[in-house]
Design a protein around this ligand. Sequence first.
Ligand SMILES: [Zn+2]
Ligand SMILES: [Zn+2]
Length: 360
Amino acid sequence: MPAVITHDEFGRQVYDSLYMMIGESRDEFQAFLLGNQGPDVLFFAALHPLMMRVSQLGSRMHREQPIEALAAFREAVDAIPTVPDAVARCGAASGGATSDRIASSGTATSDASSTPSAPGAPDASTHDIARAYVQGLLCHYLLDSTLHPFIYAQQWALCDAGVEGLDRNSAHEVHAAIESELDELVLSMKRGQTIGDFDPSRKTLVANDHVLNVISALYERVAHQVFEEMLPPGAYRVSAKAYRLALRALWSPTGVKRALLGRIEEVARRYSYARAMSHRNHRIERSIFDNHDHEPWFDEDAAAQRTESFWDLYDRALAEAFIDVPEFAATSDTNAFLCRVTGGRNYNGQIAEPIIVHVE
Ligand SMILES: [Zn+2]
Ligand SMILES: [Zn+2]
């Protein structure tokens, strides 16, 4: 799935430096990494017959003004008492946590859908889980808004290149194919792995139901308060599970399933979205989409030519996250902080649309 690996790896890099501030328990770690997947998780509500509307909230959160929503998430965390729940702190990561250490501790990566019973009992308070999630959400915003102008530029250049049968009608599939290849690049370069040994449905989006329920409650509150939408209870939890199923369905280390999915879908569409989203099993050090040579590309929204590579932008977002994540947690003036950090840009890196509230 495009970007799931890139966002996960980005989150792990931030966690490895800031784990003491984000929280060293398994639940905080899982919540933080889920935050790094952002509102993208809600897109997968579309796979559930009763939750289709929820996926539109994911799109709105990407497109519309992000300041109010991010501020509402921070406020929602502040509204949860800091006193610990009746939680047995089992010290999942005492003695210095790192993403690899927690991931290999056995509890964090045990059955992703496990219920919170021992040894998977909650090991952090509701407040701390919510705080870690919202810190991760800011990371998602930083990476999305920094990289998207570059990805859109690649996407439009490819759609407009005059390739027969390829035009802007296929932008969605081209976008997915670019992000998918960048995921393969990140997996190769940062972890030395391919999807032959990395199943995204098991290695990403890992969280127990307790963590998912805390995040669901955050979304219900923010959707109501900022977007005036009533989410069905547990909408985020259902979406996260649907996302895992989609990742599982698209995981194709041999390529046979990818080809089959592509052929089925191409009966109805010109290009297969499923095939574009499914990662290929190869180790790569370069990609035609990484702009290694710093060729000029056009940022449509800024109406400017730029030359950064994928890694330049990834590292810039990372440097910002190291500064902004601690500040987001500590600031007493959330609005001023978010105005500075976002500059009014949405998750797509564009000057955001105002939040549109539909009065029934
Ligand atoms: Zn996103
Ligand atoms: Zn994208």
